[in-house]
Design a protein around this ligand. Sequence first.
Ligand SMILES: Nc1ncnc2c1ncn2[C@@H]1O[C@H](COP(=O)(O)OP(=O)(O)OP(=O)(O)O)[C@@H](O)[C@H]1O
Length: 316
Amino acid sequence: MTHPPVIATQQLTKQFGDSIAVNQVDLQVQQGEIYGLIGPNGAGKTTLIRMLATAEEPTLGSIAIAGQTLIQNQPNPDIKRRIGFLPDDFPLYDDLLVWDYLEYFARLYYLQEPDLSNRLKEVLALVDLDNKRHSPISTLSRGMKQRLSLARTIIHKPTLLLLDEPVSGLDPVARVQFRQTLKTLQQQGLTIFISSHILSDLEDFCTSIGIMQMGQLVESSELRALYNRDQTQQLIISTVTDLAPVETFLQDHAFVHECKVLPDKHQIAVTFSGTDDDIVALLRSLISHNFPIIDFHRTQESLEDIFIKMGYRQTS
Ligand SMILES: Nc1ncnc2c1ncn2[C@@H]1O[C@H](COP(=O)(O)OP(=O)(O)OP(=O)(O)O)[C@@H](O)[C@H]1O
């Protein structure tokens, strides 16, 4: 049986006075996806997420969550319960202990013992904070606080997680930890919709990417399809000696579009338009010309580069 999309919007629009924050957005997010929404400041990401979270009424258009259409000004507790929403500015109560904070939210969802304690232990383990359960929130690092916010957001076992810029302000290690937790949640069946204005925050773990610009969703695609859209391949080549003769040789090759010498890494990055057979032929030809090749491998062009080629210059 096929499931309806977890998120489906049609012509979704939000206007504040004369200004249109979200403009006729048609969006579909399938079950189990991690959908990353990127766009510069003011593009409309927060407004879109707030409408999906039922925290903001649309001006026009429709939203369906897991096949149920939201009706204007009619709260739908069933849909609300399916959603976990982490806004970008959600306050934590510094004086509370981690456990008490989570317990407070669990009780708002009518959780009672023994389920309550079991669920708290479960989410604390999931966000890797079990050893902090008796600590005051004020003593947590920023990354821990953000994972605690995530724990609060999933306490009622939602099926859709909406996260607005959750990693902004986190250091690289905390970002990795946060992403790891999201991957675990996805493996457990959650659908995740996450925004950021930094592409590199999203590209290595999202299954689909959308780009917002000036209120419009100008791109929305599976990550795999985006990578496949690019017909060229990237090759990395290193030698044990001087790279200059290799560069000269490569520049004359029919399928080589661009050669970039990366002196720090002692590598040449090659943009190549040939087939797999052509790559094999190139390697053979380098070896037959006695270049002392120490490394030759294919790599994936970054999403940032793909977007720049597609004409989106403000992705980060
Ligand atoms: N409550 C509001 N009243 C009036 N205008 C608003 C309101 N909320 C958002 N806007 C406007 O809507 C537009 C989109 O804002 P939004 O916060 O959704 O963008 P964003 O992509 O999330 O930006 P950022 O990355 O800076 O968070 C902006 O021009 C903003 O000023």
